[in-house]
Design a protein around this ligand. Sequence first.
Ligand code: FE
Length: 190
Amino acid sequence: MSEVKPQALRAEALEAILIEKGLLTPDAVDGVIAQFNERVGPMNGARVVARAWTDPAFKQQLLSNGSVAIEEFDFSGGEVDKLVVVENTANVHNVVVCTLCSCYPWALLGLPPAWYKDPAYRSRIVREPRKVLSEFGLNLPDETDVQVWDSSAEIRYLVLPQQPANLAGLAEDDLVEHITRDSMIGVARL
Ligand code: FE
């Protein structure tokens, strides 16, 4: 028998009580789960990046005010009231963390991966970013400036990856599938 985590038991008990008291319906719970499985995820962030690569005016707006720039997409999922987008260049590499807990731009990337919430990642990426990035398989040249951005309840960050040369000239819709979650957190390059 597989082990049931205490957090899962607590969540189930809480759900059962809220339904019993008529404060919550089972449909509402299923709806939230479906939302995060099907409509909220890294594909949303990828659409934003693809637009920025193909539309210079949008990119400028995205870098100056991320929250306003993404309004036109009408994403659900939340956690992007103050979105700051940081651009990777040939000489600058950005990576995102939440040292306190697990703050993350849900509407753009979905729910955070387990390693993002791990205390080891949260403390080490600040102290030794190059070493941690190399463990993700990303070895940056010494001359690259590595910037670590600490998310908070107020500010969520998204990395705008560099467009690889082999994707030059592709249409926005065709670019989307090439843009990965990890490249938008900054633990990978494309
Ligand atoms: Fe947090």
